[in-house]
Design a protein around this ligand. Structure first.
Ligand SMILES: [Zn+2]
Length: 224
C-alpha cells in the first residue's frame, strides 16, 4: 500500500506531526507513513469529489460546554500516583450519525445528522480536538497529548505520568471498573475534580456512558 498524501494547512502542521504525519521535503507535502491508520488524519485527507464528504463536519462530537476532569491513576512504570485528565460532556452533547443511504435524500446534510445523546458522557480515544479546546486544556496540563497506543493500534490524546513520562492508555482508566475515569463509589468520585468550561467542545473520539456516574460527588473547581 502506498503512502497517503495530506492537505495540511501550515498552521496545523505541528498537530499533524504530533499525530505521526511525515514531511516530504522534495514534494513539500505531509503524508501518512505506510501501514499507519488514516482515521486520525481524516480532516486533512484530500477531498474525494464525493458530495457527501463535503457535508461532513470536521468534528463528530460537539457540546455547548464541557467539563475537564482531573483524576489520579497509578503509573504502571514508576509505581507513583499521577494526575490524569479527560473530558466530560453534559446530557445535551451531540454526536454526528451517518445516514443510511435511503435516508440521505430527506436530510439537509446528505451525509448524516446531529443526534442529542441525553446522557452525561466521558470522552476517550480522542484523535482530534478543536484548537480552542486544546488551548483550554493546555492551561491545565501538557501531559495529555497525542501518542501511539500498541493496544489500540492508533494514535490518540493520551495521559503521560507526571513523574516518569510513561504513557497511560485510556483503556485501563476508562473501561476498567475503578479506573481513574470509572468511579465505582461516591468515595472514588469525591477524589475527582470537575472544571466547567463555558465554551464549545468539538472533538473526534469515543464517548462512554456509565450506568451510575456519581457526578454529584465530584469536586467542582470551575474556571473563571
Ligand atoms: Zn510513572
Amino acid at each position: 500500500m502506498a503512502r497517503v498524501d495530506l492537505d495540511v494547512p501550515f498552521s496545523e502542521k505541528d498537530e499533524a506531526k504530533a499525530l505521526g504525519a511525515r514531511w516530504d521535503p522534495q514534494a513539500k507535502v505531509w503524508y501518512i507513513p505506510e501501514g499507519k491508520e488514516s482515521a486520525p488524519f481524516a480532516r486533512w485527507l484530500p477531498q474525494q469529489g464525493d458530495a457527501n464528504l463535503a457535508n461532513e463536519p470536521e468534528f463528530k462530537i460537539r457540546s455547548l460546554w464541557y467539563f475537564l476532569i482531573e483524576s489520579s491513576s497509578h503509573c504502571w512504570k514508576c509505581g507513583n500516583r499521577t494526575r490524569v485528565h479527560a473530558f466530560m460532556l453534559p446530557e445535551d452533547h451531540e454526536q454526528f450519525e451517518y445516514a443510511e443511504e435511503d435516508e440521505a435524500f430527506t436530510l439537509a446534510s446528505p451525509s448524516g445528522y446531529w443526534m442529542r445523546q441525553g446522557e452525561i458522557g466521558t470522552v476517550s480515544n480522542v484523535y482530534g480536538l478543536s484548537p480552542k479546546v486544546l488551548a483550554q486544556l493546555r492551561c491545565h496540563t501538557t501531559r495529555y497529548r497525542p501518542a501511539y497506543s500498541q493496544q489500540a493500534g492508533a494514535t490518540y490524546y493520551m495521559n503521560h505520568c507526571e513523574h516518569c513520562g510513561a504513557k497511560l492508555g485510556d483503556f485501563y482508566m476508562h473501561s476498567e471498573p475503578g479506573g481513574a475515569f470509572f468511579p465505582m463509589s461516591a468515595a472514588d468520585a469525591s477524589k475527582m475534580i470537575l472544571r466547567k468550561v463555558d465554551a464549545p467542545f468539538e472533538a473526534n473520539g469515543s464517548v462512554g456512558y456509565a450506568s451510575e456516574n456519581f457526578v454529584e460527588c465530584m469536586q467542582r473547581k470551575d474556571d473563571q
